[in-house]
Design a protein around this ligand. Structure first.
Ligand code: PEP
Ligand code: MN
Length: 358
């Protein structure tokens, strides 16, 4: 449930509410980014719910008490109606602008990282990506440069002025990755690695959570809930394709996720058409579709010589292809930014349940 304090409520009144919540064995969690104090009540309230609600409703300084129907409490729009906007070194994510994350799948050496960084920055990238710890399907494939790669990424970020993002695969790497990168990425294979989610949530840096390739939207949002409840409110969700029976593409891009997530949660939504399609020539059209669907940004892989890449060359764009795509995306974004609406806001008081069955 969510307790909204009135604008003039005192800190003492808010504290009394927190104490009341705790006396029921539950945890109060203050919401960020709101004008007034909004306290989310976390934990399993069970049959005591009505009793607690009526007690809270009578307390001085309390404006309203509303139950949250979703299992992901802090992640849901019910608890946090305004969009989360993440600010990083002068760049904003989720404020209606277009975020373009670009860079190599894996950082292979210093020169290629710096060259790629300068090129994508000049073509309009707003965040620099580069993998240093690589989750590879084969134990014999290139596993990334590790800490040496993180150094090159940080240098390229400084050189271009772009904030950086890179994947962290296990709790023991969180500190070193957080020292080197502005955003921590949790990859598809680790979406439900709960000890990793808790560790990144405590690291003090924004986190981009990629969708598990077999995860439902609700499982994904519950994973985001782990990060937020561990202390990190700035979470970006990245749709990167899910596994279906289709084999022409590496995964199946679920673009429905974009408006659906904007309805269900306040978190920014980014789409990765590189891992979703696995094919370079499909990246541009799917990136365009993602922006048209209202995505807050895209993430793509770019390489100076994709055919020689140590990982994911088939889906990496050349420099020219990236520049061409970025300019197309900006045009689409300019066109659609005022047109995007929550479809449910238009449909009236419809509640979102499971998919209808025919
Ligand atoms: C990546 O972005 O480097 C990556 C490995 O992506 P995913 O986790 O979506 O496969
Ligand atoms: Mn990759």
């Amino acid at each position: 449930m969510i307790v909204v304090m009135s604008v003039g409520a005192t800190e003492q009144e808010a504290n009394d509410v927190r104490d009341m919540v705790k006396s029921f064995g539950l945890s109060p969690h203050d919401n960020y980014g709101t004008q007034r104090v909004v306290i989310a009540v976390l934990g399993d309230v069970g049959p005591q719910r009505d009793h607690l609600m009526s007690k809270l409703n009578l307390m001085p300084g309390v404006e309203s008490v509303t139950p949250i129907s979703r299992p992901y409490k802090l992640t849901s729009r019910e608890s946090h109606p305004e969009d989360t906007v993440i600010e990083l070194r002068g760049t904003k994510i989720g404020d209606g602008s277009l975020t373009i994350m670009a860079g190599p799948c894996a950082i292979e050496d210093r020169d290629m990282m710096l060259l790629t960084a300068k090129t994508v920055a000049a073509a309009g990238a707003t965040i620099l990506r580069g993998g240093a710890f690589k989750p590879r399907t084969s134990p014999y494939a290139f596993q990334g440069l590790g800490i040496e790669g993180l150094d090159y990424l940080a240098e390229a970020g400084k050189e271009t002025g772009l904030p950086t993002i890179t994947e962290v695969m296990e709790p023991s790497q969180v500190d070193v990755v957080a020292k080197h990168s502005d955003i921590l990425q949790v990859g598809t294979r680790n979406m439900q690695n709960y000890s990793l989610l808790t560790a990144v949530g405590k690291a003090g840096k924004p986190v981009m959570l990629k969708r598990g390739y077999g995860a439902t939207i609700e499982e994904w949002l519950m994973a985001a809930e782990y990060i937020i409840s561990a202390g990190q409110p700035n979470v970006i969700l990245c749709e990167r394709g899910i596994r279906t029976f289709e084999t022409y593409t590496r995964n199946t891009l679920d673009l429905t996720a974009v408006p659906l997530l904007h309805h269900l949660t306040h978190l920014p939504v980014v789409v990765d058409p590189s891992h979703a399609t696995g094919k370079r020539w499909l990246v541009r059209p799917m990136a365009m579709a993602a922006v048209a669907a209202g995505a807050d940004g895209i993430m793509v892989e770019v390489h100076p010589r994709p055919d020689e890449a140590k990982s994911d060359g088939e889906q990496s764009l050349t420099f020219d292809q990236f520049a061409d795509m970025a300019s197309a995306l900006r045009k689409i974004h300019e066109e659609v930014r005022t047109l995007i609406k929550d479809p449910f806001a238009m449909a009236g008081p419809v509640r979102l349940g499971g998919a209808s069955k025919h």
